[in-house]
Design a protein around this ligand. Structure first.
Ligand SMILES: [Zn+2]
Length: 403
């Protein structure tokens, strides 16, 4: 029987585990064992999703005293009810999603990846194979972005979705056991774009201040300080940072705009009706980008800044994220010259890409390593040439004022 195979595997794994001596394995042995365990864990997690739906139908969760199959699965696996709900939903859809099932059975999709892919493929079955492939090429955030796009494109009534989000809007806050103020909120993407546009200059100011003081803070800590600074400024306690709100990007497909489909605001789906309102209103900090298929047809800019078509087109082409394969960081993107500026590389769309600070640094280091003309790195850098190089770097590959 098939089940016997699983029972025997579990026993074999327990025996292997108890055979590990208290002092541990040799480093090479531990490394090999770890590789096996990672593969086993992935396989087991995938198979668990495959089995969960069928197992729930036996009703054995009632015998264990649970209120629902979701609650039972959450308790037995030590996860949240929300995550167990995702697992069961995915499991039940697998009959219609053979590619997701195959990827779960061979351990290439994790349960979290499978939940995202299955949910989006449920909205648009044609996207199933592409999303399964995508899961292997990008991180979870990149996969979630792609799944969100598929769902938005398949949404038969984006206006209804937007109204539902608006009707369900909330801002909850309270004190936790330590007395700390905590909170969460959910608002429409267009309202969110307003909030983030106002927030961006505070975040930038706090980040610069921390760097000037030599403090290394996490992104989250900087954002928390920026939130407080924004509240203090709103109450009239301090002036808002110079520069004003950041630009908001609206990407609209011409056909979607005409037929009432879904468009994008700072990467989040919004109904075409909202975009039409914006186009008519001429808001001060909005950039409208009209696309036909994949080609950018027109960049419309409202606001105080000089049109910078190259900058806008670059952000849109690279999807507002780092172009390094597998990375999808969106914060603090920098423009990188494929052929370095110092080697007469032009500042044109074809010679530019967006990179996060980490991958930008990595690429610059590699460029230097493989450059026969480059001076060897020196530890005796003078203040003058360091300052010169810095300003040079900033001029050529400056930070991007984008979302
Ligand atoms: Zn990156």
């Amino acid at each position: 029987m098939v089940v016997d195979g699983f029972v025997a595997s579990e026993r074999a794994l327990r025996e292997a585990g108890s055979a590990v001596p208290p002092a541990g394995l040799s480093p090479a042995g531990a490394d090999q064992a770890l590789s096996c365990l990672i593969a086993i864990e992935k396989l087991a997690a995938g198979l668990r999703v495959v089995m969960a739906g069928q197992a729930a139908r036996t009703g054995s969760w009632r015998i264990r005293g649970a209120r629902s199959p979701e609650e039972d699965l959450a308790k037995r696996t030590g996860t949240s009810v929300g995550k167990a709900d995702d697992t069961l939903k995915t499991s039940k859809r697998l009959k219609q999603q053979p590619k997701v099932e195959a990827a779960l059975r061979d351990g290439t999709l994790s349960d979290t990846q499978a939940a995202a892919v299955s949910d989006a493929a449920h909205a648009d079955p044609r996207a199933e194979a592409r999303l399964v492939d995508k899961a292997g090429q990008t991180d979870l955030r990149g996969l979630n972005d792609e799944c969100r796009k598929v769902k938005a494109a398949a949404d038969p009534d984006p206006d209804a979705t937007n109204r539902r989000i608006h009707n369900e809007r909330f801002f909850r806050h309270g004190h936790d056991v330590d007395g700390a103020l905590t909170g969460s909120f959910r608002i429409t993407p267009q309202a969110g774009a307003d909030v983030l546009a106002a927030f961006a200059p505070f975040r930038e100011a706090i980040f610069k201040q921390a760097r000037a003081e030599g403090r290394r803070e996490s992104f989250e800590a900087i954002d928390a300080d920026a939130l407080v600074a924004m509240a203090v400024a709103a109450a009239g306690g301090s002036a808002a940072p110079a520069g004003g709100p950041k630009d908001v990007y609206v990407v609209a497909d011409l056909q979607a705009l005409r037929d009432g489909g879904s468009c994008e605001m700072d990467g989040a789906p919004v109904p075409a009706s909202i975009v039409r309102e914006i186009l008519e209103g001429g808001d001060a900090f909005l950039i409208g980008v009209l696309k036909h298929g994949v080609d950018v047809q027109k960049v419309v800019r409202w606001g105080r800044y000089v049109p910078a078509e190259v900058r806008d087109a670059l952000l849109i082409r690279d999807g507002f994220r780092c172009s390094y394969p597998g990375c999808s960081q969106k914060a603090r993107l920098q423009r990188d010259h494929l052929q370095p500026y110092s080697k007469n590389g032009p500042t044109s769309l074809t010679n530019l890409q967006l990179l996060c600070p980490f991958h930008h640094k990595l690429k610059t280091a590699r460029d230097r390593l493989f450059d026969p003309d480059a001076a060897p790195p020196t530890t005796h850098e003078t203040t003058e040439n360091r300052a010169e190089r810095r300003t040079g770097d900033r001029r050529r590959d400056g930070p991007v004022r984008g979302p």
